[in-house]
Design a protein around this ligand. Sequence first.
Ligand code: GLC
Ligand code: MG
Length: 679
Amino acid sequence: MELGECTRNPGYQDSDGTASAADTNTTVPEEKEDSTSVKLEQHPAEGEYMQFKPYAGMPKEVLLQYSSQARYRVTREIVFWLTVACTLALVAVTIAVIAMSPRCMGWWQTTPVYQVYPRSFYDSDGDGVGDLKGIQQKLDHFQYLNIKAVWISPFYRSPMKDFGYDVEDFRDIDPLFGTMKDFEELLAEMHSRDLKLIMDFIPNHTSDRHRWFNLSRIRDPHYKDYYVWTDCNASFPKPNNWVSIFGNSSWTYDEVRGQCYLHQFLKEQPDLNFRNPDVRQEIVDLIHFWLGKGVDGFRMDAVKHLLEAQHLRDEPQVDPNQPPETVTTEWDLHSDYTTSQVGLHDLLREWRAVIDTYSREPGRYRFMVTESYDYDEVWKTMMYYSTPLVKESDFPFNFYLLDLPQNTSGLWAQHLVHLWMGNMPKGKWANWVVGNHDRSRIASSAGQAYTRVINMLLLTLPGTPTTYYGEEIGMENINITESQVQDPAGKYNKSLSRDPERSPMQWSGDMNAGFNIKTNITWLPVHPNYESVNVEVQKEDEGSVLAQYRFLNTLRQSELSFQRGWFCYVHADANVFSYLRELDGLDRAFLIVLNFGKESVITDLSSVLELPDQMTVLMSTNRANNGKVFKKSQIMTEVGEGLVIQYSTGTRYNPNHPNQCYISEKACYMKVMDILYKC
Ligand code: GLC
Ligand code: MG
């Protein structure tokens, strides 16, 4: 076949120079009767140009003529509009998915917060006091427990009158605990293990050895108003009736300045004057300093004391008939002028805003928790959650469970839990504290019999659990003799001593419970029960407090119902407190039955129609009862026993019992696509 016969180019220019129909200068093709011409205006059905097909290498003009034929134009338009429609659909789906997805949970929501009291955790250098290197050497412990956030009580340079809560230099580490290099290494190592470090931050006061105080007492022009000073009588230095949290007047006369200064805690802890903008700036600078080092958050100490009324009037006595000279403790007065003053929340919101500027980096959310004991004035505590539009604490510490031992019963437990759940602003995140360095250990105050059930409560409630070191093994208070008292609060009144709950961590049955394996000194005595109550022994025992803590924590982190599901009250009586955790769309749910009472009981939950008739115990605090099958009308618990019962149901409890159920952010589970969505 000769080239040109079949594939003749209709626009081909003959060698004789005669221009074809598609001559570049010809925009409108000349209509010829010649069979080789291109009849573009003709309908294909008319036949003639059907013999001409598009071909490779057509000049643009020819191509355009072809492309404007209906069959090409229509197809092209269909494809174009399809593409537009698909793109829009994709954008719409993306927006819908983003809008429907529940918020990812923060690291501070998915893990318990573990409190380390650094003096007592692990002593790496053998001086009898725990240190930063010691914490670093024990990081495996957190990983073993599946804990990812650690709050370390203060380790700033301090004369240790209040064991670090009296800070001499906020930018330095006390040599007892190590060096700044040790801190940086600890933080780097924690981050490399995906552990977060929460600093204790003490804004209300400094040590009386702080440079600012020294300059203030000599009336240095810049520092003279850094603290709260007032004229007073040197021989009766009580400008008003205000008392310190540690007892007696909160005023001390300073010989150097010839005035009295305020201290809501020890006289060695003068209160900063937050009405002075320079003081506020100093605190902001310190927040920047530590965030710049990379810490993951702050526990803000004693915040309700930040401001005091400027008028310095006497506070009203609780008992107006009490002789004023016998007013010596915080319980004798209504602390109307020394706590929770107007302006307090502005300070915290300002700090929060600074903290948030460091949270913008992905995965580097910085957290803030506030410490304020407001006792029965729950609404005051709830103020720290702030409003939906202005951020403050991620959560204020919830200390109500510290009162569990007062009256162990199911109803009391429910009452304490409800104090928080019933008062927390909608959509906020709960948290639970059962022990800390200021309060008796729960195993001592409630009794060992209840240690496990309390840990079960802590780890199955909605919100962030807080665990004071040693609670994961059920450590108890130590007994302290008069001569052993270390805590300044205990020196004022032995019964107020916080030493009993600060004894060295019990790691093993070795010397000093493995806390200091180098020398035979410990700053406080080790509890005599350390040979049986220690981490090493409990790791070997599947029924130990430690094993149960670890199991429950892992369960909590792996089950959506525990992490972000509904929390519904089911039953409470003199012995038992029972609730369930469920998530809409998920068939797997959990019933928790906790016996806080004084007797073994059978609980009848047959009126709870959403529960199946028979259920199997996933975990009991009494290991022998694991796997036991109960009829829902006969759920048996012993004193101090807690049960986690896993069951399967297609009927959720929360829709029919809205007044008994709580949730922070509602999410549902879609089985078909295996996703969570807002609902
Ligand atoms: C907080 C601390 C406590 C300390 C006090 C004064 O309440 O938890 O230990 O003594 O503040 O700083
Ligand atoms: Mg103050």
